[in-house]
Design a protein around this ligand. Structure first.
Ligand code: NOJ
Length: 544
């Protein structure tokens, strides 16, 4: 396949934005769509191709918008449908794509479907949700929000029955055994796709169907339904994508790509905690291991990789022992822990050490997949672990050192969440404007790294092979595509390391450092030894 024929998402950089947290244009203390529009140039200049926005629909916000009360409306805090149309147009005008969340699995309990379902036994809506006279069905299904929910069933007084929910009890699960529900969701997809958005990040896809005697995850019937959604997209919306949120082992996520007839993209969850393990241990083995468990995926499908997102850093896809280790190392204060994860941002996790933050990003970009940057992580924003739930990693974007970090002109106490005002992460010193004016800032280095990655499509489509696997202080990855080769060397340790590479086929060729755009070394013999500083990384192209 030729590089230029690759579908756009294969070599794309994604940026995750929470509208509420990004920029407030009205001064009411909440970020909104016009605010996001005013910052599109910033996102474009970061080198982004596609923005993923968290749910922007009408919602009582019991789960920050993942509890939808009306799929056909925008939350009034964020603006109007017309604002949204303008956002799509303005994004497209700049060559940016935009995808939104599609929350398939559940609605808010405030959704009219659920209101009718619980109160009108004879209406067609009763069968839109999963009801039972007892709370003991599907007992092999785990509880996901362990810190708050005791059961996946809740009793509803109006219905006199229990309803099924995999997340908060205010998020009843839809009944995907009912074809009407599938049809409703297709209409929702159609509504937003017709408005011009470029696809969906499909939330919580493993849980659509329940069957007794299973853990109710990744069931064949669930895949059938998802394939139906994909067929609908193929028929009417070419070039638009479905991205799967399935927090599962790679072999299980593999199923969501089907034969290229289900999802275009899927998050690679389990590699993420192992990047943090590898950097803290100075040991590449966790990455070697998880990639050895990662199956090939069909042509024209792509992994989506990330370091952090709006949720806790999930530790579901690690062993019990690894989870304890991660908690001890990265969440020493119990307040930092939530469910099976860690509610902290990237910079605080990596000791606000820019070299380590860049190393983590470079590691992510060296692997196959299309990476996502979580808003604010490009400037090294901090978190506020004292806020409830996962809100501590969703604080206002820090634009400049003016009041409220330039996020909003509201009174400080009217902000949806406080800006970070103390210590190294205070907006007074850490903000976009400061980053732009300092040539050595993390922001400038991130922009450069993104640019280098994107100008070398080998990272997106090339094969990969680990080299020097017995010298585990460094992760060494050979990327290869159509006769081109790039060697990525990432020193994970806090010491200088010498790495010896066997490159008999490349004798007499030249290594070009593509990050600094300079000649690195002439390969004079079959073996070449490369010195790296602590936490340094090199991307070396083999050239004639
Ligand atoms: C996954 C989302 O990322 C998370 O924020 C949300 O709480 C659950 N799905 C439920 O929708």
């Amino acid at each position: 396949m030729k590089t230029q024929q690759l579908p756009w998402y294969m070599n794309a950089m994604f940026y995750e934005v929470h509208i509420r947290a990004f920029c407030d244009s009205t001064g009411d203390g909440n970020g909104d769509i016009p605010g996001l529009i005013s910052k599109l140039d910033y996102i474009k200049q970061l080198g982004i191709d596609c923005i993923w926005i968290l749910p922007m629909f009408s919602s009582p916000l019991k789960d920050d918008g993942y509890d939808i009360a009306d799929y056909y409306n925008i939350h009034p805090d964020y603006g109007t449908i017309d604002d949204f149309k303008q956002l799509v147009n303005e994004a497209h005008h700049r060559g940016l794509k935009i995808i939104s969340d599609l929350v398939l699995n559940h609605t808010s309990d405030q959704h009219p479907w659920f209101q009718k379902s619980r109160s009108e036994a004879d209406s067609k809506y009763r069968d839109y949700y999963v009801w039972s006279h007892t709370d003991d069905k599907y007992s092999d299904a785990r509880i996901i929000f362990l810190d708050t929910e005791k059961s996946n069933w809740s009793y509803d007084d109006q219905a006199g029955m229990y309803y099924w929910h995999r997340f908060y009890s205010s998020q009843p699960d839809l009944n995907y055994d009912n074809p009407d529900v599938i049809e409703e969701m297709q209409q929702v997809m159609k509504f937003w796709l017709d408005m011009g958005i470029d696809g969906f990040r499909a939330d919580a896809v493993p849980y659509l169907i329940q069957r007794e005697g299973t853990n109710c995850e990744n069931l064949p019937e669930t895949h059938q339904i998802l394939k139906g959604f994909r067929a609908f997209m193929n028929d009417h919306y070419e070039g638009k994508i479905l991205l799967a949120e399935a927090n599962q082992w790679p072999e299980d996520v593999r199923e969501y790509f089907g034969d290229g007839d289900e999802f275009h993209m899927g998050f690679h969850f389990p590699v993420m905690p192992r990047i943090f393990m590898a950097i803290r241990k100075g040991d590449a083995s966790p990455i070697h291991w998880i990639m050895s468990k990662t199956p090939d995926i069909p042509d024209n499908t792509q992994w989506c990789t990330f370091l952090r997102n709006h949720d806790e850093l999930t530790l579901e896809m690690v062993t019990e022992e690894e989870r304890q280790w991660m908690w001890e190392e990265y969440a020493p204060d119990p307040r930092m822990r939530l469910n099976l994860g860690i509610r902290r941002r990237l910079a605080p996790l990596l000791d606000n050490d820019h070299q380590k933050i860049l190393l983590a990003n470079a590691l992510l970009y060296s692997l196959p997949g299309a990476p996502i940057i979580y808003y604010g992580d490009e400037i090294g924003m901090g978190d506020n672990i004292w806020l409830p739930d996962r809100n501590g990693v969703r604080t206002p974007m820090q634009w400049d050192d003016s009041p409220n970090a330039g996020f909003s002109t509201a009174n400080q106490n009217e902000l949806y969440a406080p800006v970070i005002t103390t210590g190294a992460y205070s907006y007074k010193r850490l903000n976009v404007s400061a980053g732009l004016s300092d040539p050595n800032s993390l922001l400038h280095k991130m922009r450069h790294l993104v640019e280098v990655r994107k100008t070398h499509p080998i990272f997106a489509s090339g094969n990969y092979k680990f080299l020097a696997v017995d010298q585990t202080e460094c992760l060494v990855i050979l990327r290869e595509y159509q006769g081109q080769k790039v060697i990525c060397i990432l020193n994970l340790s806090d010491k200088n390391q010498m790495i010896t590479l066997n490159l008999p086929d490349d004798r007499d060729k030249i290594l070009i450092d593509i990050v600094h755009n300079s000649k690195f070394r002439h390969i004079k013999s079959d073996q070449t030894t490369i010195a790296t500083d602590a936490y340094e990384f090199l991307w070396l192209k083999i050239s004639n």
